[in-house]
Design a protein around this ligand. Structure first.
Ligand code: HMG
Length: 385
């Protein structure tokens, strides 16, 4: 039985920062950000959003009554968790009115965890015929004001329903993966911003991609000619290109042109949003499916997932008949275009107004919106609506 991604959705906050304006404020040539890093904008996450609200807001777009009856497991992947004990999946289960007769769990390994969640979901469905799994990958990328990582911030959530007979893509059983203890990026439990060795992280990312690509070819017998496109984890869009440049000459001229065009398609949403850690590689997939003009059912896409620390996985998916009908391309484009622009001053004020102290009974600065929101702390408890 074919198993894979039946539905896919994305949510990010309603605020956006123009990175040309950020570059001007930081005294940097804007071309460094828009060309050197490959980012145009970044989502700014206000204090009434967190990984729970963004995850629930993403999932709310795709859950229907059939899903409510058949979702047996909710996997929440994040490295921006809001509690050291309680899983974010429990909050989502309640907000979305999902059945209490389901399993709920939160998982972590930097940006890689969303992919682990997806693989667990596929294996779970294989062993529980007729059941569906909700996988959420939700994060806020925070490096700090005026740091080298600032231009690579962002945030948002991707939600996916994994089921039998998926309408978008099957997940093929051809993964290759690797893990190694590396100090390229981490966040001690008492800190709100990551510690990062940016250049080391870039090198490890490239090295792991190349190593896994060689291993994938050996184990599967496939070559670059078997793929219509690649989706990469995109902490910034240039990162995917740096990795891909290592292998692109393996393709003949005409397919090479197509692969590079589709790489650009896979970067478009991330250019506007920034890093969203666990969800980033799946935003890249959504972007590829939304912008590539020439993909057809039966074709295969390669997915490269990387999480600092470090762990990586490379695998393929196969596009299903009429897959494009189930991809929220126009909706996502519209939501990104409709975001409200904030000035650098407003962004800095929002950055510094996060409600991090559970000892204070406070309310968040939330507008009266339709989306799920974090309302603030009451006696150490997070409150949502
Ligand atoms: P930096 O050191 O300020 O930038 O930080 P740089 O000096 O390396 O310049 C970046 C690029 O801009 C270079 O191009 C420059 O030449 C170019 P490259 O050599 O790389 O091709 N440049 C210009 N281009 C045009 N016009 C100009 C100009 N000036 C310079 N005027 C860095 C960059 C990415 C290191 C920093 O932003 C950072 O530390 N970011 C956070 C870490 C990160 O994103 N790492 C990526 C791999 S690790 C990963 O993906 C995992 C992660 O998502 C976390 C997780 O797993 O949880 C991060």
């Amino acid at each position: 039985m074919a198993i894979g991604i039946d539905k896919l959705s994305f949510y990010t906050s309603e605020y956006v920062l123009d990175l040309v304006e950020l570059a001007q404020r930081r005294g940097v040539d804007p071309n460094k950000y828009t060309i050197g890093i490959g980012q145009d904008k970044q989502s700014v996450i206000p204090n009434y959003e967190d990984v729970v609200t963004m995850g629930a807001n993403a999932a709310a777009k795709i859950i229907d009554n059939d899903d409510r009856q058949q979702i047996d497991l909710i996997i929440f992947a994040t490295e921006s968790g809001i509690d050291n004990s309680k899983s974010s999946a429990l909050y989502v289960q309640k907000l979305l009115n999902l059945s209490e007769f389901s399993r709920t769990i939160e998982i972590k390994q930097a940006c890689y965890a969303g992919t682990f969640g997806l693989m667990q979901a596929r294996d779970y469905v294989a062993n529980h015929s007729g059941k569906r799994v909700l996988v959420i990958a939700s994060d806020i990328a925070r490096y700090g004001l005026n740091t080298p990582g600032e231009v690579t911030q962002g945030g948002g959530a991707v939600a996916m329903i994994v089921s039998e007979s998926p309408r978008i893509a099957t997940i093929n059983s051809d993964s290759v993966y690797m893990s190694r203890d590396v100090a390229d990026f981490w966040r001690p439990i008492d800190r709100t911003e990551a510690i990062v060795d940016g250049h080391l992280s870039t090198d490890i990312y490239k090295e792991m991609f190349l190593t896994l690509w060689q291993r994938y070819k050996e184990q599967s017998g496939r070559t670059i000619a078997d793929f219509a496109g690649f989706s990469f984890h995109l902490p910034y869009t240039k990162m995917g290109k740096k990795a891909f440049d290592q292998i692109i000459d393996e393709a003949d001229e005409i397919p090479q042109g197509r692969l590079l065009k589709n790489l650009k398609a896979s970067q478009k949403f991330s250019r506007q949003v920034g890093n969203l850690y666990t969800g980033s590689v799946y935003l890249s997939l959504l972007s590829l499916l939304s912008y590539a003009q020439d993909l057809v059912a039966g074709e295969q896409l390669a997915i490269f997932s990387y999480g600092s620390g470090a762990e990586a996985e490379l695998y393929s998916i196969t596009l299903q008949e009429n897959f494009f009908k189930y991809v929220p391309a126009n909706e996502t484009k519209k939501e990104l275009a409709d975001r409200k622009k904030v000035s650098v001053d407003q962004y800095e004020q929002i950055f510094n107004s996060q409600l991090l102290d559970s000892h204070e009974n406070v309310s968040s600065d939330h507008p009266d919106a339709d989306h799920f929101q974090f309302l603030g702390w009451q006696n150490g408890e997070r409150r949502y609506k």
